[in-house]
Design a protein around this ligand. Structure first.
Ligand code: BDP
Length: 599
């Protein structure tokens, strides 16, 4: 499916035709618990504000509980001038994300709205800006959860009238302007989007490209890492054929630069350049193939999460996480449970990491302890509720936006379309048929589509797994069930399930997309007990041994890369402690076990 755009979500670049300026910094901020902002015309300019860093998640910056747990409307403002030489161009403000929904105003005029907190929002402010005087950019945000929006949850009103988020998912509901903000130009006649598909021949690779732009002539060049042009073509669509190509290989990335230019009436009017990796992805029988070679996935399901920062984008965290992942010899991660900031994928492209890119469809079971209930057979008729049509619309929109944003990254080799929904009803099957259909229609590369299944999704009951190209299982035998003194049961129960999957002869790869135990760095015990580091090691070893017995298991992504913040509860010790690394990114004992296995 081709998405027609009035603007462009392409990541900002600068060249002779395009310029941009970061709007990151200290913004003005105000909570609006009574939701009086629109009636009092806060869009014209905020008063009585406090300062707030952008990018930032507001929650952990405060010292009082009310502000940390604030749920409802909140407003941001920054003021800016337009550089003098930026006239005659389209002016865009581009947010990496606005969590979870936003209305954008420029100089008091509503520009656009957006639903969904983990994908870019672009506002065309050309008609609203003052060329010479100061401009006011005001954003109204809202972080309430509902069963009609992603990620799924509810919002509770306390007796005091305060709203609090009740996520049906297991991570803190961080919100705010959490990613980079750019003021940027787009030429009036511009390149607005492009897609690419690689195919491999005996000694050549062909990059088929297709550009969306204003009417004109497109030239496409592919340059190698030394800047030499290795292939060239003219036309909105065409082929760039590379002899003796350097392929983008797992953990041995090679990136070319794709340079696109637009000419109108003989004049060069726009250019766009980006890194491109030449690689193919396929699923064949029980194997996942990258460049026709089988790959076994080793790595983690992650979160965007850090002390104080919450979910705020920060290059140093990205860098440290990749260094830690490389140190353990990992080659893959899943962006559980939402698309991450775009810069994560840029680094994954450069480092040769495989990424399973996940849409924020998490919490599709009415439970605030979903993670524990999932293993115990709870069923809530989630897909039979009246909000499902609206939810489905939002889900499909976000699948489209995610694929639109990430389709040209070589690191992204699969789309994860959900995490742990109820899958045993015909309503669920109908719902997900449409989600998969949308994803397959949106991706010209036809990457494998999957989703992560919890324990209720068993071989004989799950109605959704046949839609998947490979099957991702989240399993906690030995933690939420068959744990502690019953640990011996875990092997029996786990293998019994795997035998059932095997007996189905699906000839599809299986990937363990989650498995792990909570543990505290302070806890050591011989013999092990739950929450000790020894227990985590024994649990992981048990899983590794079992994985090695089944040929259809083609990957192991541990839950979780690092400890992370969640809502409070008796099952959480200031967050989820299943990290192989601490929240500060230092290794727990298990990190050494994992490093050795993946060597
Ligand atoms: C799974 C969820 C994940 C949780 C994890 C856990 O997919 O979000 O954090 O369990 O309980 O059910 O640690």
């Amino acid at each position: 499916m081709v998405i027609i755009m009035t603007t462009s979500v392409l990541y900002p670049v600068s060249n002779s035709y395009r310029d941009n300026k970061s709007l990151n910094g200290l913004w003005q901020f105000k909570f609006d618990p009574q939701k009086v902002g629109p009636a009092e015309h806060w869009e014209r300019g905020l008063t009585d504000t406090i300062s707030m860093p952008v990018p930032g998640s507001f929650a952990d910056l405060f010292t009082d509980r009310e502000s940390r747990d604030y749920t409802g409307d909140f407003w941001y403002q920054t003021d800016f001038y337009v550089p003098r030489d930026w006239d005659e161009q389209t002016l865009l403000v581009r947010f990496g994300s606005l969590t979870h929904r936003a209305v954008i105003y420029c100089n008091g005029v509503e520009i656009t709205t957006h639903e969904g907190g983990f994908l870019p929002v672009v506002a065309d402010i050309t008609a609203a800006v003052n060329a010479v005087t100061v401009n006011h950019l005001v954003i109204k945000l809202n972080n309430e959860l509902s069963e009609a929006t992603l990620p799924v949850g509810t919002t509770k009103t306390l007796p005091t009238g305060r709203l609090v988020a009740q996520p049906y998912f297991d991570f803190f509901n961080y919100a705010g302007i959490q990613r980079n903000v750019w003021l940027m130009t787009l030429p009036k006649q511009a390149i607005t989007d492009f897609d690419t598909v690689t195919t491999l021949q005996a000694t050549t690779a062909t990059l088929q490209y297709h550009v969306q732009s204003a009417t004109g002539t497109i030239t496409a060049q592919l340059c190698d890492a030394d800047g030499q042009v290795v292939a060239e073509n003219t036309g909105v669509a065409g082929k760039l054929v590379v002899s003796n190509p350097h392929l983008w290989q797992v953990r041995h990335a090679y990136l070319y630069t794709l340079k696109l230019q637009l000419q109108v009436a003989g004049q060069l009017v726009d250019a766009y350049q980006t890194s491109i990796g030449l690689r193919t992805v396929a699923v064949h029988g029980e194997q996942i193939l990258i460049n026709d070679e089988p790959v076994y996935l080793k790595g983690y399901a992650k979160h965007e999460d850090f002390d104080v920062l919450g979910k705020a984008f920060n290059w140093s965290i990205v860098k440290r996480d990749f260094e830690c992942m490389k140190w353990t010899n990992a080659n893959c991660f899943r962006t559980s449970h939402y698309p991450y900031a775009e810069e994560w994928y840029q680094m994954a492209d450069a480092e040769g990491f495989l990424v399973i890119d996940e849409v924020p469809a998490v919490g599709m079971m009415q439970s605030t302890q979903n993670f524990a209930d999932a293993g115990k057979g709870k069923f809530t008729h989630f897909f039979e509720t009246p909000t499902v049509p609206t939810l489905k619309h939002n889900h499909i929109t976000q699948v489209n936006e995610m694929i639109q944003r990430d389709k040209n990254h070589p690191c992204v080799f699969a789309w994860s379309l959900f995490n742990e929904p109820e899958t045993t009803s015909t309503e669920a099957a109908t719902y997900f048929k449409d989600i998969f259909k949308a994803a397959r229609a949106a991706d010209v590369q036809q990457r494998p589509c999957t989703g992560a299944f919890e324990k209720n999704s068993q071989p004989d009951t799950c109605q959704v797994y046949p839609l998947c190209d490979f099957i991702c299982l989240n399993r906690y035998y030995g933690w939420y069930i068959n744990s502690g003194e019953s640990f011996d049961e875990a092997t029996v129960a786990f293998k019994a399930e795997l035998d059932q999957w095997q007996a189905k002869h699906l000839h599809k790869p299986f990937v363990f997309s989650e498995f792990g135990t909570d543990n505290l760095v302070t806890e050591h015990k011989l013999p092990s007990v739950m929450w000790s580091q020894e227990y985590q090691n024994e649990f992981l070893q048990l899983y590794f041994d079992i994985f090695d017995e089944y040929s259809f298991i083609q990957g192991e992504l541990i839950w979780n890369f690092a400890d992370f913040q969640t809502n409070q509860g008796v099952l959480r010790v200031n967050g989820n402690r299943k990290g192989i690394f601490t929240r500060e990114r230092q290794p727990k004992d298990a990190a050494f076990l994992v490093k050795k296995r993946w060597e």
